[in-house]
Design a protein around this ligand. Structure first.
Ligand code: OGA
Ligand code: MN
Length: 210
């Protein structure tokens, strides 16, 4: 597996751009080639086994705190140069960033993402992916890393859409969900088994002069 850059005109990326323009969200059931999904899942499990994942916090800056009644996942942020699989995923997301900028003029500058592991029973209550004091997060992208996810396993991403409409996504390996961070409230329902993902945000420049 090498060279995961896609052209900004790649049909896969254009579908996501079109979906976002018309609905504010997109679901691509087979976004990643299976070997890359498996490599990312193995990397996530390895980090978990080595104790590198930490309970996720809620909020930002000084008001940040761990609250398992709101979210119960364990996370670790990705940095470039740590693992080939991660670098390939970051390359793909950069191709998507360029496609989003071309198609929607969003001015997205970077992409930040973390592995997330939800132990059985963990959940994340309904929220928006935008901080009150920082509106740089513009587009959310969640990639699922779970092999053989069954309908009864729970753990769906539940999105609240316009017109009181709900859409559930099963967190099956290779599936990518992309949505406008400030527009779509969503939650993670409790799962019966461990649930792995890579969750990230495309950010635009802030108003902060520094
Ligand atoms: C999040 C989130 C959704 C998911 O981490 O902000 O909403 O399906 N994750 O993992
Ligand atoms: Mn979220």
């Amino acid at each position: 597996m090498r060279g995961m850059h896609l052209s900004p005109d790649d049909p896969l990326l254009l579908r996501i751009v079109d979906d976002l323009a018309s609905h504010g969200w997109s679901q691509q059931t087979l976004f990643l080639p299976e070997p890359l999904t498996l490599a990312l899942a193995a990397e996530c499990r390895k980090r978990a086994a080595e104790g590198e994942l930490a309970p996720a916090a809620v909020g930002r800056g000084a008001s940040q705190e761990v609250r398992e009644g709101i979210r119960g996942d364990h996370i670790q942020w990705l940095e470039p140069g740590q693992a080939e699989s991660c670098d390939q995923y970051l390359e793909l997301m950069d191709s998507l960033r360029i496609a989003l900028n071309r198609g929607l003029y969003l001015g997205l500058e970077d992409f930040e993402c973390h592995f997330a592991l939800y132990p059985a029973g963990a959940f994340y209550r309904r929220h928006l992916d935008r901080f009150r004091d920082d509106d740089r997060r513009t587009v959310s992208a969640v990639l699922y890393l779970n092999q053989d996810w069954q309908a009864g396993d729970g753990g769906q991403l539940r999105m609240s859409l316009k017109g009181d409409f709900e859409h559930d996504v099963e967190p099956a390996g290779g599936c990518l969900v992309v949505f406008l961070s400030g527009d779509i409230p969503h939650e993670v329902l409790p799962a019966r088994r461990e649930r792995l993902s890579l969750t990230g945000w495309f950010r635009r420049r802030g108003n902060d002069p520094f």
